[in-house]
Ligand binder design. Structure first.
Ligand SMILES: C[S@@+](CC[C@H](N)C(=O)[O-])C[C@H]1O[C@@H](n2cnc3c(N)ncnc32)[C@H](O)[C@@H]1O
Length: 263
C-alpha cells in the first residue's frame, strides 16, 4: 500500500497553516501548545540536540510510545514490525551487527534484539528519558539474555565505536527531526564504522518543493540534497523505491561506502 505524501506543501506558509487549521480544527489547540513549548525550549537551548532532548523529556513523561511517534499501541507495534520486516527482506541475518541510531523505546529494537545474536544490537539515543523507557521494553519483553547495548550520545561522530564493526546502521524517523548539520555529521563519520559490504538506511521527510522545518521538530528535505550530501562524504546513496510501498509517511535512502558492493 503506497502512502499519499504531500510533497509540495510548504508548512511554514500562512496559506498552508490556515488551510490546515480549517481542515483539522480539533488539532489547533494541541499545535498552539506545541508552538509555545517550541518557543520556550528554543530560547533555553541554542543547540539543536539539547533542544530535542528537552522535547523528548517532555513527550516521554506523557507517553513513551507517543514520544516516538505512535498514535496508539497497535501503531507502535506495526511501525516496529514494518522496520524489522524491511530489514529482514533486505538480507538482515542473526550474525549481523546492527547500530540503531535514535533507537527510542525499541519500537523496532525489541524485534531486532530478539532476532540478532546476543550482543549484536547497539542502540544509541540523545534522550536519557527514552533510554530508560527502552530498558523497560527490554525487561517487559524478557530480552535480558540478548545483552543489548543502549548508550546515550550527544553527537553522531561515533567516536566511541570501533572501525568496520557494523553490518547495518539504521536510523528510522531520526533525520526527520534533524537539521542538516546533524545529518552531515552522521554521514561524515558513518563509513568508518561500517563493515565491508555494510549499509546505512535512514528515513526522512521528503519534499519536492522548498525545504523547510516546523517548530524545530520536523524537517523536510529534497532527496537530491541528502544524496548529494552523502556523495560529498564519499558515500553512494540511493532512494529506496520499495519502501514507498509500505504505507509509511517518510521516504528511505540507503548508503554504502563508495567501494562496497550493493546490498
Ligand atoms: C521518532 S523517534 C523514533 C525512534 C525509533 N527509531 C523508532 O522508530 O521507534 C526519534 C528518536 O530519535 C532520537 N534522536 C533525535 N535526534 C537524534 C540524534 N541526533 N542522535 C541520536 N538520536 C536522536 C530521539 O530522542 C528519539 O528517540
Amino acid at each position: 500500500m503506497a502512502t499519499r505524501k504531500n510533497l509540495r506543501a510548504d508548512r511554514t506558509s500562512l496559506t498552508h497553516k490556515v488551510g490546515y487549521a480549517l481542515r483539522h480544527p480539533t488539532r489547533v489547540v494541541a499545535h498552539a501548545r506545541r508552538a509555545a513549548r517550541d518557543r520556550w525550549l528554543a530560547h533555553r537551548h541554542r543547540d539543536h540536540v539539547a533542544y530535542y532532548r528537552a522535547v523528548m523529556a517532555s513527550d516521554t513523561a506523557r507517553d513513551p510510545e507517543a514520544a516516538v511517534g505512535s498514535g496508539s499501541h497497535d501503531r507502535w507495534l506495526a511501525l516496529g514490525a514494518m522496520q524489522f520486516d524491511y530489514l529482514r527482506e533486505h538480507g538482515l541475518s542473526p550474525r549481523h551487527r546492527l547500530l540503531d541510531i535514535g533507537c527510542g523505546n525499541l519500537r523496532a529494537g525489541r524485534l531486532l534484539i530478539d532476532y540478532l545474536d546476543a550482543g549484536h544490537y547497539y542502540g544509541i539515543d540523545i534522550s536519557p528519558d527514552i533510554l530508560i523507557a527502552a530498558k523497560r521494553t527490554v525487561t517487559a519483553q524478557g530480552l535480558q539474555r540478548k545483552l543489548p547495548y543502549l548508550t546515550l550520545t550527544h553527537d553522531l561522530t561515533f567516536d566511541f565505536l570501533p572501525d568496520r564493526h557494523f553490518d547495518v546502521v539504521h536510523a528510522h524517523s531520526v533525520f526527520s527531526h534533524s537539521p542538516l548539520e546533524v545529518i552531515d555529521e552522521c554521514l561524515a563519520h558513518v563509513a568508518r564504522i561500517l563493515a565491508p559490504g555494510g549499509w546505512f538506511d535512514f528515513t526522512f521527510d521528503r519534499t519536492e518543493g522548498k525545504e523547510h522545518h516546523v517548530l524545530h521538530e520536523d524537517f523536510y528535505y529534497r532527496t537530491e540534497t541528502l544524496v548529494g550530501l552523502a556523495a560529498r562524504h564519499g558515500l553512494r546513496a540511493r532512494f529506496m523505491d520499495d519502501w514507498e510501498l509500505r504505507g509509511h509517511g517518510q521516504s528511505k535512502i540507503r548508503v554504502h561506502a563508495a567501494a562496497a558492493a550493493s546490498a
